[in-house]
Design a protein around this ligand. Structure first.
Ligand code: GCW
Length: 668
């Protein structure tokens, strides 16, 4: 059961229509006005008794939009090309910006306030985004499948071709730009044969069509490319970055792309990672590989996003000297400063892979002279796959607020990735997105909030989390009674911790079913080549990443490394990420590790039951479709949580032989 496509924060109907008219003047000749006009007709107009739009100030309008120049007004403090100001003057509301994209974001702000019922003349704002890039990555394949997609088929592709559904693309572009996202890739970073051809004449007209459409919403389109393209589509016998023929081939290719897509953003590359080709095959470095491509993009202002997700995925589990967590830093920190200035390294937020809990990547903060962005995962690969509720902004906020001490105390991840703390080397944020062709965009309707929250935090990492959650619920479910929205918000806000509590304990990760990654399998990855182990034995568990172990801790600036090194100061929730300890080890919470495992798993299931009870208590107040949609998901989540609880508890009971203090049911 899905709710209908209309039900998202941007498109819901008003619950209390306003009594005034909207008389909107668009002053100047910004091409963005065509977009704003459409947004106004499709969305804002629903809230007013009558709406009229003029392309000059007739003197009668109550809302006026234009650049400082077109309005002949003296500009306020520099808010950059995407910032805007909203103020009231002489009884009218003004939305003013330096440039077009600022006008678009200003209009979205206005729309939000209108939805929330703010009186027209009380709307006021002065905003500019903290991050240059606020990007999303699709992992979509041209056959229509989506790698790690939990919301149906691809929005862009089907059956080896483009869907080219203009209405759908426009709605999607609105959804993204309404939360400030300004760049996207449309195809999977694992670029297979078909997608390698996206940069050829065969597909460039389609790509150009999409790029132009997205550009109307301030969104720059990028493509993921196959590093071996000179061989697979170019007919060369090498992809060696230092071969002139290779560099020339890319230059011609890029020239052709910009010939049909002047607004093209550039490339995203996954090289030498999980069986993807890369410069290592030719004995070259990642800087050699990236710089060659960046040089081809440079004349057109294009950027090259180069992923740092490089590690040995063919590790021998018997080999205790290799620690996958070290890999990104070990590969890229030594190359700091060796990259061209239009190369942007893309760093996963943690050193492993988007687990429900892991440490923050030590590469963030280690790069002092290389542009970079942080990569998050909105799609819930390891966090419930949009069946289980897992609202991720609290996780992201913790990451963004993390003090790396990279330039002394108070050097947060947010300050680094925004470039504030490193002279502009931080270029912003990107994230693997959770959307698809499901009518509600995200599989679980509540998962829309993850996209919403990502956009909000990418725009302003300091924004209050609670305000974001409430705002999302108020905009998405204006028709629900306030107490129901309150319930939804409180479920969302604790859902990440609940998910953590019934899955793998204390930061260890990876106890999932191999391959698809849903549901428990304690030893699923224990003897695999992926470098993802928990080393449980009859005495204890955890990965020793201290100086006596893999010495991963030394990749952090001090005193962060020492805090993790020391058992007394290592935070409980990351204990097993950094230490191998006995089951009887006492956490700072006062509990033993084994008791914590039992308690959190029993508790996690009870929490999911409490979600269901809360939902049931509102049954009468909920529309049937929404009630059912969420109820069905909750039932599946409960079954999943029970399975996790029982497998993990039984496993550790059998391993340790230690009884649960509270005598609850553990299957023997
Ligand atoms: O998390 C892993 C996923 C892969 C993904 C890879 C990556 C696209 O399981 O599906 O490949 O990360 O980030 O490249």
């Amino acid at each position: 059961v899905t709710t209908d496509r209309e039900a998202c924060w941007l498109t819901t109907e008003s619950s209390k229509p306003r009594t005034e008219k909207l008389l909107l003047s668009l002053v100047g000749d910004a091409p963005m006005f065509a977009t704003i006009r459409r947004l106004c007709q499709n969305h804002a107009a629903k809230f007013f008794v009558e709406t009229a739009i003029t392309d000059r100030d007739t003197g009668k309008s109550n809302v006026i939009i234009g650049t400082w120049t077109s309005l002949g007004k003296e500009s306020t403090p520099n808010l950059g090309s995407e910032g805007y100001t909203i103020f009231s003057e002489e009884g009218r509301l003004w939305i003013v910006a330096e440039e077009e994209r600022g006008l678009l974001y200003g209009f979205y702000h206005f729309l939000k306030e209108i939805q929330l019922g703010t009186p027209l003349l009380e709307i006021s704002a002065q905003e500019k985004p903290a991050n240059v890039f606020r990007m999303i990555n699709h992992w979509d394949n041209m056959d229509g499948s989506v790698e790690r997609g939990y919301a149906g088929r691809s929005l862009f592709f089907e059956g080896g071709s483009f869907t080219k559904d203009e209405d759908c693309m426009r709605s999607y572009a609105e959804l993204l730009s309404s939360v400030g996202i300004n760049a996207l890739t449309i195809n999977n970073v694992n670029v297979h044969e078909q997608e390698s051809a996206l940069i050829t004449n065969r597909w460039l007209p389609e790509v150009a069509w999409l790029a132009k459409l997205f550009q109307e919403y301030g969104l720059t389109l990028f493509l993921s490319i196959n590093y071996a393209s000179p061989i697979t589509i170019g007919g060369l016998d090498t992809a060696d970055p230092l071969e002139t023929s290779v560099a020339d081939w890319w230059e011609r290719q890029v020239e052709r792309i910009y010939g049909s897509i002047p607004s093209f953003g550039g490339f995203v590359v996954k090289a030498d990672s999980e069986h993807r080709p890369g410069p290592f095959s030719y004995g070259r470095t990642h800087a050699d590989g990236a710089n060659m491509l960046a040089k081809a993009l440079k004349p057109y202002g294009g950027h090259l996003f180069w992923r740092c997700f490089v590690y040995d995925c063919l590790q021998d589990w018997r080999d205790r000297s290799t620690d996958r967590a070290r890999a990104a830093y070990d590969h890229f920190a030594p190359l700091d400063g060796a990259f061209a200035d239009n190369v942007i390294l893309q760093i996963k937020s943690g050193p492993m892979d988007f687990q429900v809990r892991e440490a923050v990547s030590p590469l963030i903060g280690a790069l002092k002279q290389t542009k970079h962005v942080i990569e998050l995962q909105i799609t819930q690969e390891y966090t419930g796959q949009q069946i289980d509720v897992c609202y991720l902004p609290p996780q992201w906020k913790e990451i963004l607020d993390f003090d790396t001490h990279a330039n002394g105390k108070d050097t947060t991840v947010a300050d680094l990735v925004s470039g504030r703390a490193n002279g502009g080397f931080g270029q912003g944020m990107t994230a693997v997105v959770n959307t698809g062709r499901d009518e509600n965009w995200t599989g679980h309707s509540f998962a829309q909030a993850n996209l919403y929250g990502y956009g909000q935090l990418a725009w302003n990492p300091k924004r209050c989390l609670h305000a974001i959650a409430e705002e999302w619920a108020d905009r998405t479910y204006p028709y629900l009674p306030k107490n129901v929205r309150k319930t939804i918000v409180s479920i969302q806000e604790c859902s990440w911790i609940v998910y953590e509590s019934y899955t793998s304990p204390l930061g260890i990760g990876w106890m999932v079913n191999p391959g698809h990654h849903y549901g428990p399998n304690v030893n699923g990855y224990e003897f695999s080549p992926w470098g993802t182990y928990h080393f449980s034995d009859r005495n204890g568990l955890g990965v020793d990443r201290t100086r006596k172990g893999s010495n991963y801790v030394s990749q952090y600036a001090e005193p962060v490394g020492s805090r993790y090194e020391n058992l007394q100061t290592c935070p409980d929730e990351l204990l097993l990420f950094f230490h191998h300890v006995p089951y009887t080890h006492v956490l700072t919470s006062g509990k033993t590790v084994i008791q914590h495992i039992y308690d959190s798993h029993f508790d996690g299931v009870e929490q999911v039951k409490a979600f269901i009870a809360a939902w049931e208590s509102h049954k009468q107040e909920l529309p049937e479709a929404l009630y059912q949609h969420v109820r069905v998901k909750f039932d599946a989540q409960l079954a999943n949580a029970v399975e996790w609880r029982d497998q993990v508890n039984t496993y550790y009971y059998r391993m340790s032989g230690i009884e649960d203090k509270h005598g609850r049911t553990i299957y023997r």
